[in-house]
Ligand binder design. Sequence first.
Ligand SMILES: *Cc1c(COP(=O)(O)O)cnc(C)c1O
Length: 380
Amino acid sequence: MTVTAGTTPNSAAAFEQHTPRVVLRAEIERLVAYRQGTAAPDDAFKLSSNENPYPPIPAIVAAIASSSVNRYPDGSAHAIRNLLAERHGVTIARVHVGAGSVAILAQLIQAAAAPGDEVIYAWRSFEAYPGLVTVAGATGIPVALQPDCTHDLDAMAASITAQTRLILVCSPNNPTGTIVTVENFAAFMVRVPPTVLVVLDEAYVEFVRDPESVRGMELLEKYPNLVVLRTFSKAYGLAGLRFGYAVGPEYVLDAARAVAIPLSVIEQAQRAAIAALENIDVLLERVERLCVLRDRVYTALIEQGWTVPKPQGNFVWLATGEHTASASEIFLRHGIVARALGSDGLRISIGEAESVDNLLAGAAEVVRTLPLGRSVAALD
Ligand SMILES: *Cc1c(COP(=O)(O)O)cnc(C)c1O
Protein backbone atom coordinates (compact mmCIF):
# COMPACT_ATOMS: atom_id res chain seq x y z
CA MET A 1 0.00 0.00 0.00
CA THR A 2 1.34 3.44 -0.88
CA VAL A 3 1.29 5.90 1.95
CA THR A 4 1.08 9.38 0.53
CA ALA A 5 2.42 12.35 2.41
CA GLY A 6 -0.18 14.02 4.53
CA THR A 7 -2.14 10.88 5.37
CA THR A 8 -2.64 11.98 8.95
CA PRO A 9 -5.76 11.60 11.04
CA ASN A 10 -6.64 15.17 10.12
CA SER A 11 -6.58 14.60 6.43
CA ALA A 12 -8.59 11.41 6.98
CA ALA A 13 -11.29 13.55 8.49
CA ALA A 14 -11.01 15.94 5.55
CA PHE A 15 -11.27 12.96 3.20
CA GLU A 16 -14.49 11.91 4.95
CA GLN A 17 -15.84 15.41 4.62
CA HIS A 18 -15.12 15.92 0.92
CA THR A 19 -15.79 12.46 -0.44
CA PRO A 20 -19.27 11.81 -1.68
CA ARG A 21 -21.06 9.23 0.46
CA VAL A 22 -22.69 6.16 -1.01
CA VAL A 23 -26.44 6.24 -0.83
CA LEU A 24 -27.85 4.11 1.98
CA ARG A 25 -31.50 3.71 2.93
CA ALA A 26 -32.27 6.80 5.00
CA GLU A 27 -34.44 4.89 7.48
CA ILE A 28 -31.58 2.45 8.09
CA GLU A 29 -29.04 5.23 8.68
CA ARG A 30 -31.39 6.64 11.30
CA LEU A 31 -31.78 3.23 12.95
CA VAL A 32 -29.84 2.63 16.16
CA ALA A 33 -28.25 -0.82 16.29
CA TYR A 34 -29.77 -3.23 18.85
CA ARG A 35 -28.58 -2.29 22.31
CA GLN A 36 -27.67 -5.11 24.63
CA GLY A 37 -28.09 -4.97 28.38
CA THR A 38 -25.12 -3.10 29.85
CA ALA A 39 -22.15 -5.26 30.84
CA ALA A 40 -22.13 -5.54 34.61
CA PRO A 41 -19.20 -4.42 36.73
CA ASP A 42 -17.51 -7.50 38.25
CA ASP A 43 -19.20 -7.14 41.61
CA ALA A 44 -22.70 -6.44 40.23
CA PHE A 45 -25.56 -8.73 39.21
CA LYS A 46 -26.41 -8.43 35.51
CA LEU A 47 -30.18 -8.34 35.58
CA SER A 48 -30.60 -6.39 32.36
CA SER A 49 -31.11 -9.12 29.74
CA ASN A 50 -33.59 -11.59 31.25
CA GLU A 51 -30.94 -14.28 31.18
CA ASN A 52 -31.15 -17.50 33.14
CA PRO A 53 -28.72 -17.37 36.09
CA TYR A 54 -28.14 -21.15 36.12
CA PRO A 55 -25.11 -22.50 34.27
CA PRO A 56 -25.76 -25.27 31.71
CA ILE A 57 -26.43 -28.78 33.04
CA PRO A 58 -23.74 -31.40 32.25
CA ALA A 59 -25.84 -32.97 29.47
CA ILE A 60 -25.89 -29.66 27.62
CA VAL A 61 -22.16 -29.10 28.13
CA ALA A 62 -21.54 -32.60 26.74
CA ALA A 63 -23.82 -31.97 23.76
CA ILE A 64 -21.91 -28.83 22.86
CA ALA A 65 -18.55 -30.56 23.27
CA SER A 66 -19.56 -33.44 20.99
CA SER A 67 -20.37 -31.18 18.04
CA SER A 68 -17.92 -30.99 15.17
CA VAL A 69 -17.11 -27.56 13.83
CA ASN A 70 -15.29 -28.47 10.62
CA ARG A 71 -18.63 -29.55 9.13
CA TYR A 72 -21.64 -27.41 8.36
CA PRO A 73 -24.65 -28.02 10.60
CA ASP A 74 -27.70 -29.94 9.40
CA GLY A 75 -29.48 -27.11 7.63
CA SER A 76 -32.86 -28.78 8.05
CA ALA A 77 -32.24 -29.29 11.81
CA HIS A 78 -34.16 -32.51 11.35
CA ALA A 79 -33.52 -34.15 14.73
CA ILE A 80 -34.53 -31.23 16.93
CA ARG A 81 -37.47 -30.27 14.72
CA ASN A 82 -38.69 -33.85 14.94
CA LEU A 83 -38.60 -33.71 18.74
CA LEU A 84 -40.39 -30.37 18.82
CA ALA A 85 -43.02 -31.60 16.37
CA GLU A 86 -43.71 -34.62 18.58
CA ARG A 87 -43.87 -32.44 21.64
CA HIS A 88 -46.48 -30.16 20.12
CA GLY A 89 -48.38 -32.80 18.16
CA VAL A 90 -47.74 -31.29 14.72
CA THR A 91 -45.96 -32.41 11.57
CA ILE A 92 -42.27 -31.56 11.27
CA ALA A 93 -43.03 -29.18 8.37
CA ARG A 94 -44.96 -27.02 10.81
CA VAL A 95 -41.86 -26.44 12.95
CA HIS A 96 -39.24 -23.89 11.96
CA VAL A 97 -36.04 -23.16 13.90
CA GLY A 98 -33.88 -20.06 13.97
CA ALA A 99 -30.73 -18.64 15.53
CA GLY A 100 -32.83 -17.22 18.35
CA SER A 101 -36.51 -16.51 17.98
CA VAL A 102 -35.60 -12.95 17.05
CA ALA A 103 -34.18 -14.34 13.79
CA ILE A 104 -37.52 -15.99 13.03
CA LEU A 105 -39.32 -12.76 13.88
CA ALA A 106 -37.17 -10.96 11.33
CA GLN A 107 -37.91 -13.65 8.71
CA LEU A 108 -41.66 -13.56 9.27
CA ILE A 109 -41.77 -9.78 9.06
CA GLN A 110 -39.73 -9.81 5.86
CA ALA A 111 -41.85 -12.59 4.42
CA ALA A 112 -45.12 -10.78 5.09
CA ALA A 113 -44.46 -7.04 5.04
CA ALA A 114 -42.88 -4.95 2.28
CA PRO A 115 -42.64 -1.15 1.85
CA GLY A 116 -46.10 0.33 2.21
CA ASP A 117 -47.30 -2.52 4.43
CA GLU A 118 -48.03 -2.16 8.12
CA VAL A 119 -47.05 -4.20 11.16
CA ILE A 120 -48.99 -3.63 14.37
CA TYR A 121 -47.47 -4.22 17.80
CA ALA A 122 -48.06 -3.05 21.34
CA TRP A 123 -45.76 -0.45 22.81
CA ARG A 124 -43.90 -0.73 25.04
CA SER A 125 -43.05 -4.24 24.05
CA PHE A 126 -39.93 -6.11 22.93
CA GLU A 127 -37.29 -3.55 21.92
CA ALA A 128 -36.41 -5.46 18.74
CA TYR A 129 -39.84 -5.10 17.11
CA PRO A 130 -39.63 -1.54 15.71
CA GLY A 131 -36.17 -2.05 14.22
CA LEU A 132 -37.07 -5.35 12.53
CA VAL A 133 -40.09 -3.71 10.90
CA THR A 134 -37.95 -0.81 9.66
CA VAL A 135 -35.34 -3.18 8.24
CA ALA A 136 -38.08 -4.93 6.27
CA GLY A 137 -38.99 -1.54 4.83
CA ALA A 138 -42.48 -1.76 6.30
CA THR A 139 -44.25 0.69 8.59
CA GLY A 140 -44.59 -0.02 12.30
CA ILE A 141 -47.88 0.82 13.97
CA PRO A 142 -47.19 0.90 17.71
CA VAL A 143 -50.30 0.80 19.88
CA ALA A 144 -49.97 2.08 23.45
CA LEU A 145 -50.38 -0.37 26.31
CA GLN A 146 -53.31 0.17 28.66
CA PRO A 147 -52.67 1.93 31.99
CA ASP A 148 -52.39 -1.50 33.67
CA CYS A 149 -49.54 -2.31 31.22
CA THR A 150 -51.49 -4.97 29.30
CA HIS A 151 -51.93 -5.05 25.51
CA ASP A 152 -54.79 -2.85 24.31
CA LEU A 153 -56.14 -5.50 21.95
CA ASP A 154 -59.24 -3.42 21.13
CA ALA A 155 -57.07 -0.55 19.94
CA MET A 156 -54.80 -2.97 18.09
CA ALA A 157 -57.78 -4.49 16.26
CA ALA A 158 -59.06 -1.00 15.51
CA SER A 159 -55.67 -0.16 13.94
CA ILE A 160 -56.00 -2.84 11.27
CA THR A 161 -56.14 -1.37 7.75
CA ALA A 162 -55.99 -2.79 4.23
CA GLN A 163 -52.19 -2.40 4.55
CA THR A 164 -51.84 -4.52 7.70
CA ARG A 165 -49.84 -7.68 7.04
CA LEU A 166 -48.72 -8.82 10.47
CA ILE A 167 -49.65 -8.28 14.12
CA LEU A 168 -47.23 -9.06 16.94
CA VAL A 169 -48.71 -10.09 20.27
CA CYS A 170 -46.25 -10.58 23.13
CA SER A 171 -47.44 -12.64 26.10
CA PRO A 172 -46.00 -12.29 28.68
CA ASN A 173 -45.08 -8.86 27.44
CA ASN A 174 -41.46 -7.80 27.61
CA PRO A 175 -40.88 -5.49 29.54
CA THR A 176 -44.10 -5.27 31.59
CA GLY A 177 -44.53 -8.97 32.39
CA THR A 178 -48.27 -8.86 31.71
CA ILE A 179 -50.16 -11.62 29.91
CA VAL A 180 -52.90 -11.64 27.30
CA THR A 181 -55.83 -13.69 28.58
CA VAL A 182 -57.39 -16.57 26.61
CA GLU A 183 -60.64 -14.66 26.51
CA ASN A 184 -59.17 -11.39 25.25
CA PHE A 185 -57.10 -13.19 22.65
CA ALA A 186 -60.18 -14.99 21.31
CA ALA A 187 -62.15 -11.73 21.13
CA PHE A 188 -59.20 -10.13 19.33
CA MET A 189 -58.76 -12.91 16.77
CA VAL A 190 -62.43 -12.58 15.75
CA ARG A 191 -61.58 -9.07 14.58
CA VAL A 192 -58.41 -9.99 12.66
CA PRO A 193 -58.97 -10.83 8.98
CA PRO A 194 -57.80 -14.38 8.17
CA THR A 195 -55.42 -12.86 5.60
CA VAL A 196 -53.39 -11.11 8.30
CA LEU A 197 -50.63 -13.06 10.06
CA VAL A 198 -50.67 -12.99 13.86
CA VAL A 199 -47.40 -13.86 15.62
CA LEU A 200 -47.77 -14.75 19.29
CA ASP A 201 -44.37 -14.22 20.91
CA GLU A 202 -44.19 -16.60 23.88
CA ALA A 203 -40.54 -16.06 24.86
CA TYR A 204 -41.47 -16.32 28.55
CA VAL A 205 -44.38 -18.75 28.49
CA GLU A 206 -42.61 -21.30 30.74
CA PHE A 207 -42.71 -18.75 33.57
CA VAL A 208 -46.47 -18.16 33.33
CA ARG A 209 -48.49 -19.31 36.34
CA ASP A 210 -51.70 -17.37 35.64
CA PRO A 211 -54.33 -19.91 34.48
CA GLU A 212 -56.12 -17.21 32.47
CA SER A 213 -53.14 -16.80 30.15
CA VAL A 214 -53.37 -17.52 26.43
CA ARG A 215 -51.42 -20.62 25.33
CA GLY A 216 -50.69 -20.40 21.64
CA MET A 217 -49.92 -24.04 20.95
CA GLU A 218 -53.51 -25.00 21.87
CA LEU A 219 -54.91 -22.54 19.34
CA LEU A 220 -53.01 -23.45 16.18
CA GLU A 221 -55.83 -25.59 14.77
CA LYS A 222 -58.38 -22.91 15.52
CA TYR A 223 -56.52 -20.05 13.80
CA PRO A 224 -54.91 -20.80 10.43
CA ASN A 225 -53.25 -17.34 10.47
CA LEU A 226 -51.39 -17.90 13.77
CA VAL A 227 -47.69 -18.56 14.32
CA VAL A 228 -46.40 -19.21 17.85
CA LEU A 229 -42.81 -18.26 18.70
CA ARG A 230 -40.75 -19.88 21.43
CA THR A 231 -37.15 -19.60 22.57
CA PHE A 232 -34.62 -21.70 24.48
CA SER A 233 -32.85 -18.51 25.60
CA LYS A 234 -34.80 -17.69 28.71
CA ALA A 235 -36.34 -20.67 30.53
CA TYR A 236 -33.82 -23.21 29.22
CA GLY A 237 -30.74 -21.03 29.66
CA LEU A 238 -29.34 -21.29 26.12
CA ALA A 239 -29.23 -17.56 25.30
CA GLY A 240 -25.60 -17.76 24.22
CA LEU A 241 -26.21 -20.56 21.72
CA ARG A 242 -29.08 -18.83 19.90
CA PHE A 243 -31.96 -21.23 19.43
CA GLY A 244 -35.63 -20.45 18.96
CA TYR A 245 -38.51 -21.99 17.05
CA ALA A 246 -41.88 -21.30 15.54
CA VAL A 247 -44.92 -23.50 15.06
CA GLY A 248 -47.57 -22.54 12.54
CA PRO A 249 -48.93 -23.14 9.05
CA GLU A 250 -46.44 -24.93 6.79
CA TYR A 251 -46.62 -22.44 3.91
CA VAL A 252 -45.98 -19.48 6.23
CA LEU A 253 -42.95 -21.19 7.76
CA ASP A 254 -41.77 -22.17 4.26
CA ALA A 255 -41.74 -18.44 3.49
CA ALA A 256 -39.71 -17.81 6.65
CA ARG A 257 -37.33 -20.61 5.63
CA ALA A 258 -36.94 -19.02 2.21
CA VAL A 259 -35.97 -15.72 3.82
CA ALA A 260 -33.59 -17.27 6.38
CA ILE A 261 -29.82 -17.05 6.08
CA PRO A 262 -28.87 -20.70 5.44
CA LEU A 263 -27.15 -22.78 8.14
CA SER A 264 -27.27 -20.13 10.86
CA VAL A 265 -28.61 -22.55 13.49
CA ILE A 266 -25.34 -24.20 14.43
CA GLU A 267 -24.82 -27.84 15.37
CA GLN A 268 -24.03 -26.97 19.01
CA ALA A 269 -27.34 -25.17 19.31
CA GLN A 270 -29.27 -28.05 17.76
CA ARG A 271 -27.60 -30.65 19.98
CA ALA A 272 -27.93 -28.53 23.11
CA ALA A 273 -31.63 -27.99 22.39
CA ILE A 274 -32.09 -31.76 22.10
CA ALA A 275 -30.26 -32.24 25.41
CA ALA A 276 -32.47 -29.58 26.97
CA LEU A 277 -35.64 -31.39 25.87
CA GLU A 278 -34.24 -34.70 27.13
CA ASN A 279 -33.70 -33.06 30.52
CA ILE A 280 -36.72 -30.82 30.52
CA ASP A 281 -37.74 -31.73 34.09
CA VAL A 282 -34.46 -30.50 35.54
CA LEU A 283 -34.74 -27.26 33.58
CA LEU A 284 -38.39 -26.69 34.51
CA GLU A 285 -37.52 -27.21 38.16
CA ARG A 286 -35.09 -24.31 37.81
CA VAL A 287 -37.82 -22.27 36.15
CA GLU A 288 -40.07 -23.03 39.11
CA ARG A 289 -37.41 -21.79 41.51
CA LEU A 290 -37.14 -18.56 39.53
CA CYS A 291 -40.93 -18.16 39.64
CA VAL A 292 -40.91 -18.54 43.43
CA LEU A 293 -38.17 -15.91 43.65
CA ARG A 294 -40.10 -13.65 41.29
CA ASP A 295 -43.25 -13.85 43.36
CA ARG A 296 -41.24 -13.08 46.50
CA VAL A 297 -39.78 -9.99 44.81
CA TYR A 298 -43.23 -8.93 43.62
CA THR A 299 -44.76 -9.22 47.10
CA ALA A 300 -41.87 -7.27 48.64
CA LEU A 301 -42.18 -4.51 46.03
CA ILE A 302 -45.89 -4.17 46.70
CA GLU A 303 -45.10 -3.91 50.42
CA GLN A 304 -42.65 -1.10 49.60
CA GLY A 305 -45.52 0.75 47.95
CA TRP A 306 -44.77 0.07 44.29
CA THR A 307 -47.53 -0.34 41.74
CA VAL A 308 -46.18 -3.29 39.77
CA PRO A 309 -48.10 -5.37 37.24
CA LYS A 310 -48.13 -8.99 38.43
CA PRO A 311 -45.07 -10.42 36.68
CA GLN A 312 -45.50 -13.58 34.58
CA GLY A 313 -42.04 -13.61 32.99
CA ASN A 314 -38.59 -13.83 34.63
CA PHE A 315 -38.47 -10.09 35.30
CA VAL A 316 -40.26 -7.24 37.05
CA TRP A 317 -41.26 -3.86 35.67
CA LEU A 318 -40.82 -0.65 37.64
CA ALA A 319 -42.56 2.30 36.01
CA THR A 320 -40.06 4.93 37.11
CA GLY A 321 -41.03 7.30 34.26
CA GLU A 322 -38.88 10.42 33.92
CA HIS A 323 -36.78 9.26 36.90
CA THR A 324 -35.66 6.10 35.12
CA ALA A 325 -32.02 7.18 34.67
CA SER A 326 -31.66 8.22 38.32
CA ALA A 327 -33.37 5.04 39.50
CA SER A 328 -31.02 2.99 37.34
CA GLU A 329 -28.01 4.65 39.02
CA ILE A 330 -29.41 3.89 42.45
CA PHE A 331 -29.78 0.22 41.52
CA LEU A 332 -26.23 0.18 40.19
CA ARG A 333 -24.98 1.48 43.54
CA HIS A 334 -26.74 -1.50 45.08
CA GLY A 335 -24.95 -3.84 42.68
CA ILE A 336 -27.85 -4.32 40.29
CA VAL A 337 -27.60 -3.66 36.55
CA ALA A 338 -31.18 -3.05 35.41
CA ARG A 339 -32.45 -2.35 31.90
CA ALA A 340 -33.45 1.30 31.65
CA LEU A 341 -36.04 1.79 28.92
CA GLY A 342 -36.20 5.43 27.91
CA SER A 343 -38.31 7.48 30.26
CA ASP A 344 -40.77 4.64 30.81
CA GLY A 345 -39.16 2.46 33.42
CA LEU A 346 -36.77 -0.23 34.52
CA ARG A 347 -36.96 -3.90 33.73
CA ILE A 348 -35.11 -6.06 36.24
CA SER A 349 -34.56 -9.76 35.65
CA ILE A 350 -35.03 -12.38 38.32
CA GLY A 351 -31.55 -13.85 38.57
CA GLU A 352 -29.36 -15.30 41.30
CA ALA A 353 -31.12 -15.80 44.65
CA GLU A 354 -28.29 -13.74 46.16
CA SER A 355 -29.30 -10.73 44.07
CA VAL A 356 -32.73 -10.36 45.65
CA ASP A 357 -31.62 -8.50 48.78
CA ASN A 358 -29.68 -6.00 46.63
CA LEU A 359 -32.65 -5.61 44.30
CA LEU A 360 -35.05 -4.88 47.13
CA ALA A 361 -32.62 -2.52 48.89
CA GLY A 362 -32.24 -0.59 45.63
CA ALA A 363 -35.99 -0.47 45.11
CA ALA A 364 -36.52 0.77 48.67
CA GLU A 365 -34.00 3.57 48.16
CA VAL A 366 -35.67 4.59 44.89
CA VAL A 367 -39.02 4.81 46.67
CA ARG A 368 -37.47 6.82 49.50
CA THR A 369 -35.54 9.30 47.39
CA LEU A 370 -37.31 9.86 44.08
CA PRO A 371 -40.64 11.64 43.61
CA LEU A 372 -42.27 8.78 41.71
CA GLY A 373 -45.91 9.83 41.94
CA ARG A 374 -48.25 7.19 40.60
CA SER A 375 -45.62 4.44 40.14
CA VAL A 376 -45.75 3.96 43.87
CA ALA A 377 -48.82 4.15 46.05
CA ALA A 378 -48.83 6.97 48.61
CA LEU A 379 -46.56 5.83 51.38
CA ASP A 380 -47.14 8.58 53.94
C1 LIG B 1 -35.66 -12.54 24.56
C2 LIG B 1 -36.85 -12.36 23.67
C3 LIG B 1 -36.93 -12.91 22.39
C4 LIG B 1 -35.83 -13.54 21.62
O1 LIG B 1 -34.95 -14.27 22.20
P1 LIG B 1 -33.91 -15.13 21.34
O2 LIG B 1 -32.76 -15.19 22.23
O3 LIG B 1 -33.66 -14.42 20.04
O4 LIG B 1 -34.59 -16.43 21.11
C5 LIG B 1 -38.08 -12.77 21.66
N1 LIG B 1 -39.12 -12.11 22.15
C6 LIG B 1 -39.10 -11.55 23.36
C7 LIG B 1 -40.29 -10.84 23.83
C8 LIG B 1 -37.96 -11.64 24.15
O5 LIG B 1 -37.94 -11.03 25.33
